[in-house]
Design a protein around this ligand. Structure first.
Ligand SMILES: Cc1ncc(COP(=O)(O)O)c(C=O)c1O
Length: 340
């Protein structure tokens, strides 16, 4: 099967497995795992932050960040497709007692002006206190859309002038950076906290790192423990993450080129109504009214290609480390045969 459902499906390469098998480990709840420290320090340094904390998932790093920046009753400003709002089990309400103010964006992105009008007047005691603005780069529900750093800078400035924290869900930040050629620290410095997923475009099996100031990360460790995310000899997983950031970043572009090839074919198919622009490794397309997404997905599956229906007429494909040029050619062939 050619699995284009998500970039989370990658399996560790032989070299990554070797690094995992040879990792030096210790009890990380006691702060004694050197490989975990290595991963946390390397990512924090790369993003221009003081410290990092390794967590089991991107859901946990996002949820911890929201908890650090809010108090019960506060409001978080985010885009209406934000992962932490849509797909993290209502965690923002359950874990932090906070609510959200949703901005309708352009493929997941929004402007400083939109943020300005979403901030509640702090003098109005009947309104929820706005305490955090959260961005996602790339935007998953926006088809892997990439933000403009200048807009981020304007949002950051606005947040500072209103005393608001700013968090980045950077589950696929390295895909964004591969597309724009910007430096990780140029992005990292614009945020109080950044969540990086190792298990998506980077191709590690598990794990995310939250970076921030020493004080924020010390508090994040407490929240991680409370949520059950303290892990023991977890250097075997951190080693996979370190291998991914050292050896897989340079190849991310290949995934983007393959995604563009798929887009080109999809655009020429009669039963495809619209293909969202492709900036990185995510392709979202919409079928014509008389074509249901689940039927389309089942047809592709019968021909050896897995993809995902994300609404009644929308389908998502994601390229990643385990997808080769031959896989793309097979998928293009299946799509074209189906479309003729
Ligand atoms: C943008 C974004 N943020 C956060 C997550 C959560 O990551 P995890 O599945 O590791 O909890 C995902 C997962 O796909 C995601 O796409």
């Amino acid at each position: 099967m050619i699995d284009l459902r998500s970039d989370t499906v990658t399996r560790p390469t032989p070299a990554m497995r070797h690094a995992m098998a040879n990792a030096e480990v210790g009890d990380d709840v006691f702060g004694e795992d050197p490989t975990v420290h290595g991963l946390e320090d390397e990512l924090a340094g790369m993003l221009g932050h003081e410290a990092g904390v390794f967590c089991p998932s991107g859901t946990m790093t996002n949820q911890i960040a929201i908890h650090l920046h809010t108090r019960a009753g506060d409001e978080v400003i985010c885009e209406e497709g934000a992962h932490f709002y849509r797909y993290e089990g209502g965690g923002v309400m359950a874990n932090s007692g906070a609510s959200v103010k949703l901005i309708p964006g352009d493929r997941g992105r929004f402007t400083a002006d939109q943020v300005r009008s979403a901030i509640n007047d702090p003098k109005a005691e009947w309104l929820a206190r706005t305490s955090l603005v959260s961005l996602e780069n790339t935007c998953n529900r926006g088809g892997g859309a990439v933000w403009d750093l200048n807009e981020v800078k304007a949002i950051r400035k606005l947040c500072k002038s209103h005393g608001l924290a700013i968090h980045l869900d950077g589950a696929r930040l390295f895909n964004a950076l591969a597309a724009t050629q910007e430096a990780p620290d140029a992005w990292g410095r614009e945020f109080d906290t950044v969540s990086i997923c190792l298990s998506k475009g980077l191709g590690a099996p598990v794990g995310s790192v939250l970076v921030g100031s020493k004080e924020l990360v010390a508090e994040a460790r407490r929240v991680r423990k409370r949520l059950g995310g303290g892990m023991r000899q977890v250097g075997v997983l951190a080693a996979a993450g370190l291998h991914a950031i050292r050896h897989h970043r340079a190849r991310i572009d290949e995934d983007h080129v393959r995604a563009h090839r798929l887009r080109t074919v999809l655009e020429g198919l009669d039963h495809v109504q619209r293909v969202m622009p492709v900036d990185t490794n995510i392709i979202i397309y919409e079928l014509r009214e008389d074509h249901a997404a689940d039927v389309h997905v089942a047809e592709l599956k019968a021909n050896g290609v897995l993809c995902m229906a994300i609404s009644s007429h929308q389908v998502r494909m994601v390229t990643h480390l385990d997808i080769t040029d031959a896989d793309i050619e097979h998928t293009m062939h299946v799509l074209q045969r189906r479309g003729s």
